[in-house]
Design a protein. Structure first.
Length: 62
């Protein structure tokens, strides 16, 4: 099952989401705030995998 990071955080909270993914809570907060396209996959063994969708090639605006 694939859901957005924001949906996952809505279910479990930022602290538990950060722990499940293996990042700090502040990283979760910032990712949601800036609108990064991160999706969460719940694996059959109960583990969580996070994937980000980014344009390719990615270039920053000047």
């Amino acid at each position: 099952m694939k859901i957005s990071l924001a949906e996952f955080v809505g279910e479990v909270g930022q602290a538990k989401a950060a722990d499940a993914i293996g990042v700090h809570q502040t990283a979760i907060s910032k990712a949601i705030r800036v609108g990064r396209q991160i999706f969460i996959n719940r694996l059959p063994d109960g583990k969580i995998k996070a994937e980000e969708i980014k344009p390719f090639p990615h270039s920053k605006a000047p």
